[in-house]
Design a protein around this ligand. Structure first.
Ligand code: AMP
Length: 279
C-alpha cells in the first residue's frame, strides 16, 4: 500500500494504471472507524484499484474550533488500513490541495440544496465540500466514488457536483454503520464523555419510534415528542425533519407514495451529531 503525500506522486502512480482498470475512491477526513472501512471494503470488492484519501479540509468547516479540534491521526489510520487490499492512501497537505489559496474563485452552482437544511445550518459547508472533492476527483479520476449515507445531503450535493463538472464518476451511496446501541459512527463521537456516548444511542431510538408510529400519528406530533424526549436526556435539537428522500422537500406529514427520509441534527455534550433513516 502506497502512501502519497504529494499530488504529483499520486498522479505519476495513476498514470501507470492501465485505462481498462476500474478505480474506486473513498474520500475521508481520517480518524477512521468501521463506517469508513465499510466504504473502503465495498470499493475493494468492486474495483481493480482502490484509493482512500485522508485530508481534513479546512474550507468545509464553518466553525474554526471544530476544524482545530478535528483529530488528525494519520499514523493510526495507516495501521487501520494496513491489512486491507487498498492500493494507495492519498494524504496531501493543505497547500498541495489549494496551491493558489483556499479562496473559492467562483461558487459551484449547487442549486437549492446549498442553503437548505444542513446548508442553512452550516453556511459555506457544501461549497467547501464541493471544492475539495472537485480537486480530489480531478486528481484520482475514479470510476466509482463511495460516499456514506451518514451525510445524506452530502451524497446529493456531490452527485450534483459530478453533473456540474461532467465527470464520468458513478456515485455509490453506502449504508450507515452504527455502534451497538445505535449511534451512527463518527469521528466526532470521541469528543463525547462516556455517559454522553451512551445517551447518544437515543437519537437512533427516537428516529425509529417516529418511523414505527407513522400509521398511527401525525408527523408533527411524533416530531414534538421526539424533540421533547431528547431534551429531557440533555440534547438540544436543531431539527428533526421528514423530507422527500430524493428532492429534500420538507414534508408536513407522512406520504407513503413518495420515498421519505428522516433527518436529525442535535447537540449533546457540546458535540453536533447528525443521523438519518429511511421511512
Ligand atoms: P468523513 O471522514 O467524516 O468526512 O467521512 C468520510 C466518508 O465516510 C463520508 O462519505 C461519510 O459519509 C462516510 N461515513 C462517515 N461515517 C459513516 C458511518 N457511520 N457509516 C457509513 N459511512 C460513514
Amino acid at each position: 500500500m502506497y502512501i502519497f503525500k504529494k499530488r504529483e506522486d499520486i498522479l505519476s502512480y495513476l498514470a501507470k494504471v492501465p485505462s481498462d482498470k476500474s478505480i474506486g475512491f473513498v474520500p475521508t477526513m481520517g480518524d477512521l472507524h468501521e463506517g469508513h472501512l465499510s466504504l473502503i471494503n465495498r470499493s475493494i470488492a468492486e474495483n481493480d484499484i482502490n484509493i482512500c484519501s485522508i485530508f481534513v479540509n479546512p474550507t468545509q468547516f464553518n466553525q474554526k474550533n471544530d476544524f482545530d479540534n478535528y483529530p488528525q491521526v494519520l499514523e493510526k489510520d495507516v495501521i487501520s488500513l494496513k491489512d486491507l487490499d487498498l492500493d494507495a492512501i492519498f494524504a496531501p497537505s493543505v497547500d498541495d490541495i489549494y496551491p493558489n489559496g483556499k479562496e473559492l474563485k467562483e461558487p459551484y452552482p449547487i442549486g437549492k440544496l446549498e442553503h437548505h437544511i444542513e446548508g442553512e445550518k452550516r453556511p459555506g459547508h457544501f461549497q467547501g465540500v464541493c471544492q475539495v472533492v472537485d480537486q480530489l476527483l480531478k486528481i484520482v479520476n475514479p470510476s466509482k466514488l463511495y460516499l456514506g449515507e451518514k451525510d445524506y445531503q452530502q451524497v446529493a450535493v456531490l452527485q450534483r457536483l459530478i453533473e456540474i463538472t461532467k465527470m464520468k464518476t458513478e456515485v455509490v451511496p453506502c449504508p450507515i454503520i452504527r455502534e451497538k446501541h445505535g449511534l451512527a459512527m463518527s469521528s466526532r463521537n470521541s469528543r463525547l464523555s462516556k455517559d454522553a456516548f451512551e445517551t447518544a444511542g437515543n437519537i437512533y431510538k427516537e428516529l425509529k419510534i417516529i418511523r414505527e408510529n407513522q400509521n398511527s400519528s401525525d408527523f408533527s406530533e411524533l416530531q414534538r415528542v421526539a424533540v421533547e424526549s431528547l431534551k429531557n436526556l440533555g440534547f438540544e435539537t436543531e431539527y428533526i425533519l421528514l423530507v422527500n428522500a430524493k428532492t429534500f422537500e420538507i414534508l408536513e406529514n407522512f406520504n407513503s407514495e413518495i420515498p421519505m427520509r428522516l433527518l436529525v441534527a442535535t447537540w449533546l455534550d457540546g458535540v453536533r451529531l447528525i443521523d438519518n433513516i429511511s421511512v
